[in-house]
Write a protein that binds this ligand. Structure first.
Ligand code: MSP
Length: 682
C-alpha cells in the first residue's frame, strides 16, 4: 500500500543574527511532528531553511564589512551557525533551502512574471514616508513619534514606482478560507486575522522595492527587487521543484499538510500566501498553525533588547533531549509561554529525573536484583491482559472499580494495562490536532500510574517470599511493558533517550514500533534488561541556576554594543558665553559620603581663594571617598549654588562619561598634582 504523504515546514529563518531559543522552539516542534508522522508510517518531507534577502541583511553585512553572501555563509554554515544548531538539536529535516540558492531565485523570477502576465501584479506608485539618510520608506504606522523608526530623524512624504499584487481581488476567497474551513489554527487566530486585516479592507500589496539591491531582481524591470516576503513564502514550493528542475517533488508532496509559524507571521501565511497561490491557481496548503512566543520576563526575546536565550548553552548544560522535552512539555503550543531557567530545571527534575528516569532505573534495577537481569519465561502478558488491551484497542472504554476495602492486585494490573494500551489513541488524537504538549501530558499520566503501581505492589515485600516469584515476575513484566509503550511514543520528542530506554529494558527492534504501541505483551516474556547510566541525572537546582545565570549575564553583556557615547550637541555657544564659565583646578581636602544618600559625595575643596568650598557630586557608585582625598580635580565654580539633601553645593566637579556594554562608566577628570589650586582652565 502506498504510504500517506506528509509535508511539513518551519518558517525559513532570517540569518541576521544567531538564532535563539524561540527559533529553536519552532523547529523542535516541527521536528517532533515530522518524527511522529514518520513513526506512524507516513512518507514525510520536512523542510526548513533560511530567508536571506532584504535590507536588514544588506545593512548588517555592510556593518560587518562583508559582502551579504560572505556574511550569510558564516551565520548559516559557519561554526555555531544555523546548520550546526539544527544538527545539535537532532533536527531531522529532509531538505534545507537558502533563498539565495540559484534555483530558488530563478523560480521566483518566473513566478513574479507569471502573476504579472496574468494582471495580478501591476506597476503603480508607492506613497509613503521616506527617511533620506536611511534611504527607507515607512508606512505611517511604522513611524515612531512621527519620525524614522531606525534613526529618529524627520521623514518626508515621497513616492516611488513599484509593483503591486492585487490582494484586494482575493479578499472574499481568503475570508471564506479563514472563516469556513480549518485552514488556520488555532481557531483564535482566525478572528484576529479577519477583524484586524480583512474587515478593514485588504489593500493591494507592494511587492517590489527600488531603495536597496539585496534581493531577487525583477527580470523584466531590473531596478526593482522582489519584496522579501514574496521571495520567502514561495520557498515552500520551490524547494519541491515548483518552477525549477532542481527537485521533482512538487506533484508528490504539494499541497503542504501544515506550515508551523510563529504568531507574528500568521498574517503573511494565512492571507498573502493563499492569495498568491490562488492567483497562480495552485492548491492551497491544508493548514497553517500559528504557535505562540516564548517570552522572557514577559517580553519577546530580541537581540537588540539583549534578552535572548542561547540554545547552545542550554543544550550543553542540560542535554539536547532534556531541552527538546522541556520546550514541548511546558508550553501549550498555540499560546505564549514564559521561559525561565527555574522552569527548565524544575521540568527536568520532576518529569525526566523523578518520574521517567526513576521508573526506568528502579524497574531495571529490580529485574537485576530479583531475577539476575532476565525474567523467567512464561511470565509475560496473561490472556486476560491481552484481551483487555485488545478491547481498549477496539475502542472500549474500560471502567475498573475496586470492590470492598481490599483491592485484588489483579485490578492494579488491569488498570495499568488499560491505561497503557489506551495511551496510543489519546496521544495520536493530540498529535493530530497539533497539541504536542497534551500528547506528552498523556504519556506522563501513564508514567505516574506506573510509579504508583510499584508502590501498590511493593516488589521488595513480594521478593521476601519464594512463593511470590511468579507474581513478582508479572509485576516486573507489566512495568517493562508500560515503559516500552511510553518510550515508543516519546521517540519523536527525545529520540536518543528513547533508544537508550529501549536498550535498557531489552526491547527488540520489532517492539519499538508504532504498530506495537498498543499491543500489550509485545516484549518477550523472558526479556533481559541492561541497566545503564541514569538517563536524566537529577540537577542540583541551586548550583545549576547560579552557574547558568552567571554565564547568561556574561553573554548578555558581551552581546551589547561595546561603547556608547553621549549624543553630540548641535547647538553652538558663542565664545564670550563660553568664557564666562569659570573652570578651575581644585584640591580635594576632604571627601565623605552624604548620610541617607547612596549616590552623593560631599567634597571640601581648596579652590585657591583661601576659603573652603563645598561641592556635592553624585559619584559614590564610582569612587570611595578615600580614593579621592588629596587629588587635583576640575570644577566649574560660577554655577548658582544648589541644595542637595539640605546641603548647599557651590559648583560642579567635571567627569568624563560613556557607556560600556550598556553600563554607565564615569571618570572624574584629574589634573597633574603640580597644578596649583585655583588655576584657571581656559
Ligand atoms: N523569515 C521570516 C519567515 C519567512 S517564512 C516564509 C521570519 N524569520 S525569523 O527568523 O524572524 O523567525 C522565524 C520563526 O521564529 C518565526 O515563526 C517566529 O515566530 C519564530 N520565533 C522568533 N522568536 C520567537 C520566540 N521568542 N518564540 C517563539 N517563536 C519565535 O519571520
Amino acid at each position: 500500500m502506498e504510504k500517506q504523504k506528509f509535508y511539513i515546514t518551519t518558517p525559513i529563518y532570517y540569518p541576521s543574527d544567531k538564532l535563539h531559543i524561540g527559533h529553536t522552539y519552532c523547529t523542535v516542534a516541527t521536528d517532533a511532528m515530522a518524527r511522529y508522522k514518520r513513526l506512524t508510517g507516513c512518507d514525510v518531507l520536512f523542510l526548513t531553511g533560511t530567508d536571506e534577502h532584504g535590507q536588514k541583511i544588506e545593512d548588517k553585512a555592510k556593518a560587518a564589512g562583508k559582502t551579504p553572501k560572505e556574511f550569510l555563509d558564516n551565520i548559516v554554515e559557519g561554526p555555531q551557525g544555523i546548520l550546526d544548531l539544527w544538527k545539535l538539536m537532532n533536527i531531522s529535516n529532509d531538505r534545507f533551502i537558502r533563498t539565495t540558492d540559484d534555483y530558488h531565485c530563478a523560480s521566483i523570477q518566473k513566478i513574479f512574471r507569471k502573476m504579472y502576465e496574468k494582471g495580478d501584479i501591476y506597476k503603480g506608485t508607492y506613497k509613503g514616508k521616506y527617511c533620506k539618510p536611511c534611504e527607507s520608506f515607512w508606512t505611517e504606522s511604522q513611524l515612531v513619534d512621527g519620525k524614522c523608526p531606525d534613526c529618529g530623524r524627520e521623514v518626508m512624504d515621497a513616492e516611488e514606482e513599484a509593483y503591486f499584487f492585487r490582494l484586494s481581488k482575493y479578499a472574499d476567497r481568503v475570508r471564506h478560507l479563514l472563516e469556513d474551513t480549518d485552514f488556520l489554527q488555532p481557531r483564535s487566530r482566525v478572528n484576529e486575522m479577519v477583524n484586524n486585516f480583512i474587515k478593514p479592507g485588504l489593500e493591494d500589496l507592494c511587492v517590489s522595492r527600488t531603495s536597496f539591491s539585496w534581493g531577487i531582481p525583477v527580470d523584466f524591470d531590473p531596478g526593482h527587487v522582489v519584496y522579501v516576503w514574496v521571495d520567502a513564502l514561495f520557498n515552500y514550493t520551490t524547494a519541491l521543484g515548483f518552477m525549477n528542475d532542481r527537485y521533482h517533488d512538487y506533484d508528490k508532496y504539494w499541497p503542504a499538510d501544515v506550515h508551523f509559524v510563529g504568531k507574528e507571521i500568521v498574517r503573511f501565511h494565512s492571507i498573502i500566501w493563499p492569495a498568491m497561490l490562488m492567483s497562480l491557481e495552485e492548491p492551497l496548503p491544508k493548514h497553517v498553525f500559528g504557535h505562540g512566543w516564548l517570552l522572557l520576563d514577559g517580553g519577546k526575546m530580541s537581540k537588540s533588547k539583549g534578552n535572548v536565550v542561547d540554545p547552545y548553552l542550554l543544550a550543553e548544560q542540560f542535554g539536547v533531549d532534556a531541552l527538546r522535552f522541556f520546550l514541548m512539555r511546558t508550553f501549550p503550543f498555540g499560546s505564549d509561554g514564559n521561559f525561565s531557567n527555574e522552569l527548565l530545571i524544575q521540568t527536568i527534575n520532576t518529569d525526566l529525573a523523578n518520574d521517567l528516569g526513576n521508573l526506568v532505573s528502579r524497574t531495571t534495577a529490580m529485574v537485576n536484583k530479583y531475577f539476575g537481569g532476565s525474567l523467567p519465561a512464561g511470565c509475560g502478558a496473561t490472556e486476560d491482559e491481552k484481551q483487555l488491551a485488545a478491547m481498549v484497542r477496539m475502542g472500549s472504554s474500560v471502567e475498573l472499580a475496586a470492590s470492598g476495602d481490599t483491592v485484588d492486585p489483579v485490578l492494579y494490573d488491569a488498570q495499568l494495562v488499560a491505561q497503557a494500551a489506551g495511551l496510543k489513541k489519546a496521544y495520536a488524537h493530540e498529535m493530530d490536532t497539533f497539541a504536542p504538549h497534551n500528547a506528552l501530558a498523556e504519556i506522563f499520566k501513564v508514567i505516574q500510574r506506573a510509579n504508583k503501581y510499584i508502590d501498590e505492589n511493593a516488589p521488595w515485600t513480594l521478593a521476601k517470599d519464594q512463593g511470590n516469584r511468579a507474581r513478582l515476575a508479572t509485576v516486573m513484566y507489566n512495568l517493562l511493558e508500560t515503559i516500552r509503550i511510553c518510550a515508543v511514543l516519546l521517540t519523536p520528542f527525545i529520540p536518543d533517550s528513547a533508544e537508550k530506554i529501549f536498550d535498557q529494558i531489552g526491547a527488540c527492534p520489532c517492539c519499538r514500533t508504532w504498530e506495537k504501541a498498543n499491543v500489550w505483551g509485545s516484549l518477550r516474556p523472558d526479556v533481559t534488561v541492561h541497566k545503564g547510566e541514569a538517563l536524566f541525572p537529577r540537577i542540583d537546582a541551586e548550583k545549576a541556576l547560579a552557574e547558568l545565570n552567571a554565564i547568561q549575564e556574561a553573554q548578555r553583556k558581551a552581546a551589547l554594543p561595546a561603547l556608547e557615547l553621549e549624543p553630540y550637541t548641535q547647538e553652538q555657544v558663542d565664545f564670550d558665553t563660553f568664557c564666562k564659565s569659570d573652570f578651575r583646578a581644585v584640591k580635594i581636602k576632604n571627601c565623605e559620603a552624604v548620610k541617607k544618600s547612596d549616590k552623593l559625595l560631599k567634597f571640601t575643596l581648596d579652590d585657591g581663594s583661601g576659603t573652603d568650598r563645598t561641592i556635592l557630586s553624585g559619584i559614590h557608585h564610582y569612587y570611595e571617598p578615600e580614593q579621592l582625598i588629596g587629588k587635583t580635580a576640575v570644577a566649574i565654580l560660577n554655577l548658582p549654588p544648589r541644595k542637595m539633601m539640605g546641603i548647599p553645593s557651590c559648583g560642579m566637579l567635571i567627569s568624563a562619561v560613556h557607556k560600556e556594554k550598556g553600563e554607565e562608566k564615569l571618570n572624574l577628570i584629574m589634573l597633574d598634582d603640580q597644578i596649583p589650586a585655583g588655576s584657571k582652565l581656559c
